[in-house]
Design a protein around this ligand. Structure first.
Ligand code: BYC
Length: 327
C-alpha cells in the first residue's frame, strides 16, 4: 500500500478514536513526536524526585516523612512506566538516559526551582502535581495505547500527591503567624512557574496544532492553563491565602478567571538551561547514575552467571537423556 493511503487510514483511525498500538503503521513524525514527549515526560518524573527528595530527611514528623518518601518513590515508578512506553516506539532506555545525562533532553522547567522551606512540599503537591493532573488526565485518552494506559495509573497516584500537598498547606494555614507566612511565601514562589508548566502560549507552540490533530494532545496549552487557574483561584480561598497576581479576576462574560502576563523570558531562560537549579539538578542526576553503576554491573553479572548455569544444565540434561537409569 502506498504511503499516502497508509497515512489516510492512520488519520481515519485517530478520528474514530481507535488506539494506535506499537505494531501498527504510523507516520515517522507521529513516532518522533511521541518519543520526544514521552521521554521528556519520563525525564521530568525522574528529575522531579530531586527537589522533594531533598526534604525527606527534614520532614517535620515521621508521618510526613513516610508520606513524602512514598510520593517520591511513586515518581520513580512513573518514570519507569513512561520509559517503557517510549521503548515500544523503538528507542532504547540507554539512549534516553544518554540524552538526559548529556543535557540534550528537555524535562519540565518546574524542577529547576529550589525548595527552600517545608511549605514548598505543600506548594509542589498542590500546584505542581495539580498542574500535572490537569495536563495528564487528558493524556490518558491520547491516541497512543501504551502512553494512554501508563497515564491511567499515574493520574490516580498524582491525585493522591495533590491532596497531600494541599493538606500540608491547609495545616500550615491554620498554624501560627510564621507558619502562615511560610505557606503564603511558598505559594508566591511556585505559582508562576506552575503556570509555565503548560508550555508556551498556543501562538508560540510549534507542536500543538499537529499534536491535537493526532490526538496526542486533547487540549491546547492555553486551554489547560486556563482550567488550572480557574480551579486554583477557588481552592486558594479554602487556605485563606492569595495567589500572587493582582490581575486575577473573575470574568463573568468569559466565565473564566482573567490572569496577569506570564514572564516568558524567564520560562525560555529556564528551558535553555539557565534556571536557578538546572546545573545542580543535572549534576545530581548524573552522580546518582554513576553511583548506581555497581548495582547495574552486579545485576548484569548475576544474570550472565544465571544464564550460563541454565545453559550448562540444559546441555547436561540433553547428554544424559538417553543414558541408562541408575539402578
Ligand atoms: N518545560 O510546542 P510545545 C510531573 C518545550 S512531570 C520544559 O508546546 P509540546 C511531576 C517543548 O518540549 C511534568 N520545556 O511542545 C513529576 C518544546 O521543545 P522541543 C511533565 C517545555 O510538547 C514529579 C517547546 O518547549 N509533564 O508532572 O506540544 C513530581 C515548545 O513547546 C515546557 C509532561 O511532560 C516546560 N514546561 O507541549 C510532580 C506532560 N513546555 O521538544 C509532578 C507531557 C514546553 O521542541 N507533556 N516545553 O525541543 C506535554 O503535555 C507536552 O509535552 C507539553 C509541551 C505541554 C509539556
Amino acid at each position: 500500500m502506498d504511503a499516502n493511503k497508509l497515512a489516510e487510514q492512520f488519520q481515519q483511525k485517530i478520528d474514530a478514536d481507535i488506539k494506535i498500538e506499537p505494531q501498527d503503521w504510523m507516520p515517522d513524525e507521529y513516532r518522533k513526536t511521541l518519543i520526544r514527549q514521552i521521554s521528556q515526560h519520563a525525564h521530568s518524573e525522574i528529575v522531579g524526585m530531586l527537589p522533594e527528595g531533598n526534604w525527606i530527611t527534614r520532614a517535620p514528623s515521621l508521618r510526613r516523612k513516610a508520606i513524602l518518601l512514598a510520593k517520591v518513590q511513586d515518581e520513580a515508578g512513573h518514570g519507569l512506566y513512561l520509559y517503557s512506553a517510549a521503548e515500544t516506539l523503538g528507542i532504547t532506555r540507554d539512549e534516553m538516559y544518554y540524552q538526559l545525562h548529556s543535557g540534550k533532553a528537555k524535562y519540565s522547567s518546574i524542577f529547576n526551582y529550589p525548595t527552600l522551606t517545608w511549605a514548598d512540599m505543600g506548594a509542589i503537591g498542590w500546584l505542581v502535581d495539580g498542574a500535572a493532573i490537569m495536563n495528564q488526565v487528558p493524556l490518558s485518552r491520547c491516541s497512543y495505547g501504551p502512553y494512554a494506559r501508563a497515564m491511567v495509573r499515574i493520574c490516580k497516584e498524582e491525585s493522591f500527591h495533590q491532596r497531600q500537598g494541599f493538606e500540608i498547606l491547609l495545616t500550615l494555614s491554620k498554624g501560627n503567624a510564621a507558619q502562615r507566612k511560610m505557606c503564603q511565601d511558598a505559594i508566591n514562589r511556585w505559582w508562576w512557574p506552575s503556570l509555565m508548566m503548560f508550555g508556551p502560549t498556543d501562538n508560540d507552540s510549534p507542536h500543538t496544532a499537529q499534536s491535537m490533530k493526532w490526538k496526542i494532545k486533547r487540549f491546547t496549552n492555553d486551554e489547560l492553563r486556563q482550567k488550572f487557574v480557574d480551579v486554583c483561584a477557588e481552592q486558594v480561598k479554602f487556605l485563606g491565602m492569595t495567589l500572587p497576581d493582582k490581575d486575577l479576576k473573575w470574568n463573568e462574560e468569559r466565565k473564566h478567571y482573567d490572569f496577569g502576563p506570564i514572564n516568558w523570558e524567564e520560562f525560555w531562560n529556564v528551558v535553555k538551561g539557565n534556571g536557578p537549579c538546572n546545573k545542580e539538578r543535572l549534576a545530581t542526576r548524573v552522580q546518582a547514575w554513576e553511583d548506581g553503576a555497581w548495582v547495574r554491573e552486579a545485576a548484569l553479572a548475576y544474570e550472565e552467571k544465571k544464564s550460563a548455569r541454565k545453559y550448562a544444565f540444559q546441555n547436561t540434561a540433553k547428554s544424559t537423556e538417553n543414558a541408562p537409569a541408575f539402578q
